[in-house]
Design a protein around this ligand. Structure first.
Ligand code: DGL
Length: 283
C-alpha cells in the first residue's frame, strides 16, 4: 500500500489525482486534523508531527509514503530522509510534492543537479503561494535556483487560507483573502511580468478558480496534483519494489484522521470529489 499524508484535508486533492491516474493502486490516507494547520507551526513541531504521521502509515503496512503536504515536505522531508528513515525504517521511503513542481518549472529532471550543457536559459518570473512555514523554509526558491538560476521566484505567504478552507468557508470569505494575497505578490514584482504561479499548498486547488480570477490574464497556474500523479507513476516504474501488486480492479482508498471522523469525512467530499468515510486513529 502507498500512504498519503497531509496535515488535514489538502492531501485529498493529490490523492484524487493519484486515484484517477491509477484506480487499482491501493492508497491509505492520513490527515493529521488534530494538529492542523501546520503552516503557523515551528520547524521542530512540523518535523515531529510529520515523523509521527509517517510512522502511523508504516504501521498500516505502507512501504512508501507520499507527503501530500508542501509544508511537511518543505520543512521536514530532507531531515527525515537523512537522519531518521535509513536507520529507523531501512527499505521504506518517503517522497514529497515539491520535486514534480520544481521539475516542471525548471524543465530539469530532479536526478540531474543542474542544467545540462545544451540547456538554454529562459528567464521567467514564477510566483509561489504557500503557507508561512513553506515560505520561511525557502525550499521552492532554493531548489528552483539550483537548477534554473534564470527563473526569478517571488513568494507570498497566505496564512489565512488553510484555516478558512479547513472550516469549510465559502467563496464569499475566500475570494477577498485570495485577492489580497495575489495583490501582495504582484506588488513585489516591480513591474516585471509574472509568467506562472505555483499553488504551493495542497489545500489551494480548492480555491484555484479564485486565484485564476484574481491573477492577470495569461499567467499559467501549475496544477500540482496532476504533476505529482505523473511523477509517482514514473517513480514506481523505476522502483517496482514499492509498487503494490494490483489485480486490475479499482480499489477504494482507506481514510484515516487523528481528528473527529464524522466532521472530517463530511467536509472531505469537497476535496476528493466523492464521499470519504474516515476512521479515527487514536492518538
Ligand atoms: N496542505 C498543506 C500544504 O500543502 C498544509 C497546510 C497547513 O497545514 O498549514 O502545505
Amino acid at each position: 500500500m502507498i500512504g498519503v499524508f497531509d496535515s488535514g484535508h489538502g492531501g485529498l486533492t493529490v490523492l484524487r489525482a493519484l486515484v484517477t491516474a491509477a484506480p487499482a493502486r491501493p492508497f491509505v490516507y492520513l490527515g493529521d486534523h488534530a494538529a492542523a494547520p501546520y503552516g503557523p507551526r515551528s520547524e521542530e513541531d512540523i518535523h515531529r508531527l510529520t515523523v509521527q504521521g509517517v510512522e502511523r502509515l508504516f504501521e498500516q503496512g505502507c512501504g512508501l509514503v507520499l507527503l501530500a503536504c508542501n509544508t511537511a515536505a518543505a520543512v521536514a522531508l530532507r531531515r527525515m530522509q537523512q537522519t531518521w528513515l535509513p536507520t529507523a525504517y531501512p527499505g521504506r521511503n518517503v517522497l514529497g510534492v515539491l520535486v514534480p513542481v520544481v521539475e516542471a518549472i525548471t524543465r530539469v529532471p530532479w536526478m540531474q543537479d543542474g542544467p545540462s550543457a545544451d540547456w538554454r536559459p529562459e528567464p521567467r518570473t514564477v510566483g509561489v503561494f504557500a503557507t508561512p512555514a513553506t515560505v520561511r523554509s525557502g525550499s521552492f526558491p532554493r531548489e528552483i535556483g539550483k537548477r534554473a538560476p534564470d527563473v526569478r521566484v517571488v513568494q507570498q505567504s497566505c496564512p489565512d487560507l488553510v484555516p478558512l478552507i479547513e472550516r469549510g468557508a465559502g467563496d464569499d470569505e475566500l475570494e477577498p483573502a485570495v485577492r489580497g494575497y495575489v495583490d501582495a505578490l504582484l506588488a513585489q514584482l516591480d513591474g516585471q511580468v509574472l509568467d506562472a504561479v505555483v499553488l504551493g499548498c495542497t489545500h489551494y486547488p480548492l480555491v484555484a478558480h479564485l486565484f485564476a480570477e484574481a491573477l492577470p490574464p495569461g499567467v499559467e497556474v501549475l496544477c500540482q496534483p496532476s504533476l505529482v500523479a505523473r511523477s509517482l507513476d514514473k517513480y514506481l516504474e523505476r522502483h517496482p519494489e514499492y509498487a503494490p501488486v494490483m489485480n486490475g480492479h479499482a480499489v477504494a482508498p482507506r481514510f484515516f484522521t487523528t481528528g473527529a471522523a464524522e466532521p472530517v469525512g463530511a467536509l472531505a467530499g469537497r476535496f476528493f470529489g466523492r464521499p470519504t468515510p474516515f476512521e479515527r486513529l487514536s492518538p
